[in-house]
Design a binder for this molecule. Structure first.
Ligand code: ATP
Length: 774
């Protein structure tokens, strides 16, 4: 190793000096981490540094550790990979390398490091932190540094962020990058699906995941695969026969295509590797299928990050800087995690230890312990997959008296994931012996059926009916905005006629209203004294009782693709501000989360409204921003305006005002993506959660089998909304949510969890909060 260079340290004065590193395999979203860390650091009065090329940059020092200015990270959210580079660095595995790295950090005056990487990178980070005092001692004892020089550096602050496409770290539901990777996998499988269907072929698809089967599992759930192979839950001893018999059965039931997903690290229960080629040979020889293998490889890492990864990376980057500022020498190093919808700090060492335990359990062939080591969500997804992928499980059938007839109905506008939820509910019913009944075209459809008796409006669903709905957009059973109050009598009559014992409602605020009406009408109609669950599904994400509605992620992805495209067109022409109108009804959720994901200049929400003073402040801000741009930097800027943010200041008027007032320094246009936001193919997150919540909802409804109408009527929990609330998935009673949590006038929850995120959009765009309060 080259002789260590020694220059006097830059002593931290005032704010902290925070370095950000991306390390290990690259993952989509790392650039949003760097942007958020840099800007949040500067906004907090700290100095931000980027360490280029992972730990190699720390060891090499010099120009590999660069101070970052606000403008340096402009436009980074939409870029895939990591713009500051990453590497696998052998030198950092050795103490001598880490000693050089420590000296380089001291030289730059850096006293905190935020590392975004996989478990290897985070292990390295923690090792570095643990050794830091001894590294300082060694710098002094070897005469490289004096005690005085190192006084401000006795403690190194470390905060971890998990950037990995595998989603392999214990303690967090999602790692930064895993949903983008899943999106790419699902896109590829959706494409393969079409050709598989056409030729009646089988495809064996190998996806990444050496030790973790999350990608394979989630792709299986989202794409409706026939069989999956994952390392932590290997197939049974006689898996060859089991797999072939399931696939034969699916074909006998009429399926034209077969998809098997194999994780890179798949093996049997004795750890013998199961390769895609082995599976292919079996399907060709034992089932007689024309079978092909597709190894997706590095496309799984590539491409721009999806909306969720951008948001997660941004919020976690902000949280990491806050964790640095909160830390004392006694604070344990944290890793920033997400549990359902809540960003939390957890002890870094614990998370790494638990992750390594899972790998050890797999090596020891203790697969039950390996599964326990994964999150509860992982197990639920596996359960959901097993239920939806095979219907013929005699041991799971309930006795006759425990079976129900479940009405499934879609209400309101279509949203991504509605079909996946219906497919899951159908498969669950058939597995348990219940009867799934599609009530086509919402409540008006049901009532019309009674009048005209058209064939097929109320239909018992068979497995094959719903089998290929996993990835379909829109609503296969038809949806309608009409409410039961339009004709309670006929609705009740139909419920009785078709002997509906339980109701599964999928939809947005209309669905919420419909279920509320049914609940209130129980006093007059016994037919409504049945258990009901509503699964919120709407692009607007405005259903009380949940922080997430299926369909909203699909919408966000459609919106960020749209914004990326116009941003690019803006930067290719003149300096331009686009005012983009988003959907969302009277809820600014979509505008705000999209704003975080694309790095919007500002978001205008109905909750806050738009005022003239606000526009004046924002135009001043834009002038300042364009004034700072370097000559060649023509990057476009975006303001997101929710469709109902103001009756007076329309999207077009705002764009015209900005143009008029720009003093010729920049141009402004407006754009309305409209129904593009409903999305075509639903995102894997929407599909996956639809399946998970669909299965959970049906399990929940099952609790009421055998109860009398009176008992059901008296039980508040017999009408519920399933939803994510903070760190938990919960069923909440309609009665309380209607009464306490619903803003009926504006059709949204009274307290919207995301409101504080508007501040984050502002902080990261540099917009002053005063703009909104003037
Ligand atoms: P991925 O999930 O993509 O594999 P990772 O962070 O786990 O990401 P690794 O290759 O394991 O990737 O680690 C990245 C770098 O972190 C290594 O090249 C090395 O520089 C450093 N590192 C890993 N483990 C240690 C360790 N035990 N001690 C010191 N440094 C380490």
């Amino acid at each position: 190793m080259a002789e260590m260079e020694v220059s006097p340290p830059q002593v931290p004065a005032g704010g902290k000096r925070i370095g950000v590193v991306t390390s290990g395999g690259d993952s989509p979203g790392m650039n949003s981490v760097v942007r958020a860390v840099v800007r949040q650091s500067i906004a907090s009065g700290c100095t931000a540094f980027a360490v280029y090329e992972g730990y190699q940059g720390l060891v090499d020092g010099g120009d590999m550790i660069r101070e970052m200015a606000w403008e340096d990270v402009r436009g980074w959210t939409s870029e895939g990979g990591t713009l500051i580079g990453t590497a696998r660095c052998m030198a950092f595995m050795e103490r001598s390398g880490r000693l050089t790295a420590a000296n380089n950090l001291v030289e730059k005056g850096i006293d905190a490091l935020i590392i975004c990487g996989g478990d290897g990178s985070l292990t390295g980070a923690d090792r570095f932190r643990a050794e830091w005092p001894s590294l300082m001692d060694e710098l002094i004892s070897s005469g490289k540094r004096t005690e005085d020089e190192l006084k401000p550096f006795r403690h190194l602050n470390i905060v971890g962020l998990v950037g990995s496409i595998d989603n392999d770290l214990s303690g967090t539901d999602a790692t930064i990058g895993c949903y983008s990777s899943l999106q790419r996998i699902c896109q590829s499988i959706d494409f393969i699906d079409a050709t598989a269907f056409s030729h009646q072929r089988a495809f064996v698809i190998e996806v990444m995941g050496r030790h973790c089967g999350w990608l394979a599992l989630m792709a299986g759930v989202s794409c409706g695969a026939d069989f999956i192979m994952i390392p932590e839950n290997p197939p049974s001893e006689n898996w060859e026969e089991e797999m072939c018999s399931i696939i034969k059965k699916h074909r006998q039931m009429g399926k034209r295509k077969t998809i098997v997903i194999v994780a890179e690290g798949a093996h049997d229960r004795k750890l013998n590797k199961i390769s895609a080629v082995m599976v292919k040979d079996l399907l060709s020889q034992k089932v007689g299928l024309d079978t092909r293998v597709t190894t997706l490889g590095h496309v799984q890492r590539g491409g721009p990050p999806c909306a969720y990864d951008r948001m997660l990376a941004t919020l976690q980057g902000v949280e990491a800087v806050k964790a640095v500022l909160d830390a004392t020498p006694e604070t344990e190093s944290p890793v920033i995690c997400i549990v359902e919808n809540k960003i939390v700090r957890k002890p870094l060492l614990d998370a790494i230890a638990k992750t390594q335990e899972v790998a050890a359990h797999i090596q020891n062939m203790d697969f039950e312990a390996a599964m326990r080591g994964r999150d509860a969500e992982f197990e639920e997804f596996l359960h959901a997959f097993n239920i939806t992928a095979a219907t013929d499980k005699p041991d799971m059938l309930l006795p006759e008296e425990k079976r129900m007839r479940v009405g499934i109905i879609h209400v309101g506008a279509p949203a991504g994931g509605m079909n996946a939820a219906t497919r899951a509910a159908t498969a669950y019913c058939l597995t348990k012996g219940h009867t799934p009944i599609a009530l086509h075209n919402g409540f008006p459809g049901l009532c019309r059926h009674h009048d005209d008796k058209p064939e097929g409006s109320v239909r018992e669903l068979k497995w094959l009916d719903a089998e290929n709905w996993a990835s379909r957009g829109g609503s296969e059973i038809g949806t309608n905005r009409g409410l039961p109050s339009e004709d309670f009598k006929t609705t009740a009559y139909c419920f009785e006629k078709y002997k509906i014992d339980a109701l599964f409602v999928v939809g947005g605020f209309e669905a919420f209203t419909a279920v509320s009406e049914l609940r209130k009408a129980r006093a007059d109609y016994d037919a409504f004294k049945i258990p009901m669950v509503i699964l919120p599904a709407t692009v607007s994400n405005n259903v009380p009782g949940t922080e997430y509605s299926i369909g909203s992620d699909t919408c966000l992805n459609a919106l960020i693709d749209y914004c990326d495209a116009i941003k690019q067109s803006a930067s290719a022409s003149r300096r331009r501000v686009f005012v983009v109108e988003t959907q969302g009804g009277a809820s600014g959720y979509i505008a705000t989360i999209a704003g975080l994901s694309i790095g919007a200049v500002a978001v205008y929400t109905p909750e806050e409204g738009i005022h003239l003073d606000m526009l004046v402040e924002d135009i001043k801000f834009l002038k300042k921003q364009f004034g700072k741009d370097k000559g060649a930097d023509r990057s476009g800027k975006i303001i997101l305006r929710n469709e109902k943010a103001s009756k007076v200041y329309t999207t077009e008027i705002i764009a015209n005002i900005i143009k008029e007032e720009s003093g010729g320094k920049f141009d402004s246009r407006f754009a309305v993506p409209g129904h593009v936001q409903q999305g075509g193919t639903p995102s894997p997150m929407d599909r996956g959660r639809a399946v998970r919540f669909g299965v959970k909802s049906l399990q929940y409804l099952e609790n009421y089998v055998g109860k009398s109408k009176q008992e059901i009527n008296d039980d508040q929990m017999s009408v519920t909304v399933i939803g994510i609330r903070g760190a938990r998935v919960k069923f909440s009673p309609m009665e309380r949510i209607e009464r306490e949590e619903t803003d009926w006038k504006d059709r949204r929850p009274k307290n919207e969890f995301w409101m504080s995120l508007v501040d984050v959009v502002d902080t990261l765009s540099g917009r002053s909060k005063a703009s909104r309060t003037t």
